[in-house]
Design a protein around this ligand. Structure first.
Ligand SMILES: [Zn+2]
Ligand SMILES: [Zn+2]
Length: 226
């Protein structure tokens, strides 16, 4: 008998032949919690992967009119950002339940082999200060669930005070990412790994750094599309 990693209720295993033969997997979360996650299904935006009746959503069209045009090949995500996912991500990131990364292993592997096979996996980094505070990088832990080679090719400067800048600079925000391993990422096709795609700014800022350093195509895999 084990406890659900999310709600801590006992997980009642359905005992059948697979378990009897030792083929069954240990359930990490209970059926009630599992049912509260909402997967992205149906028609998607070709760009950001959100559920969308059009092939390209308005957000992605907007990106194509900026300096980031073509920087990110596409993003694919597994889950919607519903209120339950919001809670789970808070447990994971802010309360430091690093073990929660494991509950997404199967789904991460599935989406990786469907859309990102043979790409170099680069997790979105945290700044050193944030990493110290949190104790782990949530994106790296998610990447590790794939059981493939990972390169921590990017790093992040401390987010300092905003300096005086023009309006357009302020809107895009400062790009704090830098390439930590230029030799490894050069000429590679890369998939960025992150927990959530919200506006798409993070993925693009990371991608543009990699492109400037000689990487070829950059796409992103995020657990959640908000
Ligand atoms: Zn549960
Ligand atoms: Zn889109």
């Amino acid at each position: 008998m084990s406890k659900c990693l999310i709600c801590k209720e006992l997980v009642v295993a359905h005992f059948g032949w697979t378990e009897f033969l030792g083929l069954g997997k240990v359930k990490l979360i209970c059926a009630e919690c599992e049912a509260k996650f909402e997967k992205i299904v149906g028609a998607r935006c070709n760009g950001c992967g959100r559920e969308c009746p059009d092939s390209v959503c308005p957000d992605c069209k907007r990106w194509e009119n900026t300096e980031y045009k073509g920087v990110l090949k596409y993003n694919r995500s597994i889950f919607h950002y519903n209120s339950f996912m919001k809670e789970v991500l808070a447990l994971y990131k802010f309360r430091g339940d690093a073990v929660l990364a494991n509950i997404f292993k199967d789904e991460l592997k599935k989406i990786y082999s469907a859309h990102f096979q043979n790409l170099l996996v680069v997790p979105i980094p945290l700044s050193e200060k944030r990493l110290y505070e949190r104790g782990f990088n949530q994106s790296l832990l998610l990447a590790q669930q794939l059981d493939v080679e990972i390169v921590e090719g990017l790093a992040k400067h401390e987010t300092g005070k905003q300096s005086k800048k023009g309006r357009s600079d302020r809107m895009a925000g400062e790009n704090h990412f830098y390439v930590a391993q230029p030799d490894v990422i050069r000429d590679k096709n890369i998939v960025l790994l992150d927990d959530i795609y919200t506006t798409g700014t993070t993925s693009r800022m990371a991608a543009i750094r990699l492109k400037d350093a000689g990487a070829k195509e950059i796409s992103s895999l995020t657990l959640v599309r908000s």
